[in-house]
Design a protein around this ligand. Sequence first.
Ligand code: 13P
Length: 251
Amino acid sequence: MRKNIVAGNWKMNTTVAEGVELAKNVNEALKGVTPNCDVIIGVPFTHLTSVNAVIDSNKLGLGAENCADKKSGAYTGEVSASMVASTGAKYVILGHSERRQYYGETVETLKEKTLLALENGLTPIFCIGEVLSERENGTYFDVVKNQIEKSLFDLSAEDFGKIILAYEPVWAIGTGKTASDDQAEEIHAYIRSLVETKYGKEVAENTSILYGGSCKPTNAKALFSKPNVDGGLIGGAALNAESFMGIVTAF
Ligand code: 13P
């Protein structure tokens, strides 16, 4: 059966020292508790090695927030999937709406990033989701379908089975506005049906689909109680160990 997962996405926050402190606090809070979910933190590239050194990887997974769409070479400023893997990280967040919106990431570049992440043994946490106008005009089903089909549906069933999906409605990210649990369930069930049509029931049932967008300790329980919501990708509330743990323990 699929895993429940709570993953933090720290975005462009914290210095290395602050990040190490936050990671230590989360790691400490996980000691002596057995959460009903896997717990992951996605941190800036600069933090990966130092954070990896202070966490118990059996209890807390480590991920990057992006990787390059090229293997290696003359790509100044880029960080490859193999570099990420060499830090000890096991996950990589790909296709976050902020990367699509501000850094021009496309379904094609995300397809390349996904392949390179998988080649290097990283588990992609692949983000999809619509903007407000697409929610309002009802095209959000087509938007997520296109994002998944164009970037992921050329993968073999075996490789697709390694992907974690994260549905993040752009209008709910950092806005304090959350999709209702029914809105989340509706689209998560649709996403799972797309996976089932392409890869069959077993792969679909085993795919974890996380919700992201103003998820907090106060609303996590209701969201996670929905049958197709398998956890959360957490931004703001992941920057504090106590609130992050409040979401982890919502399972
Ligand atoms: P917030 O939890 O801050 O809304 O961010 C969600 C997100 O973008 C996680 O990737």
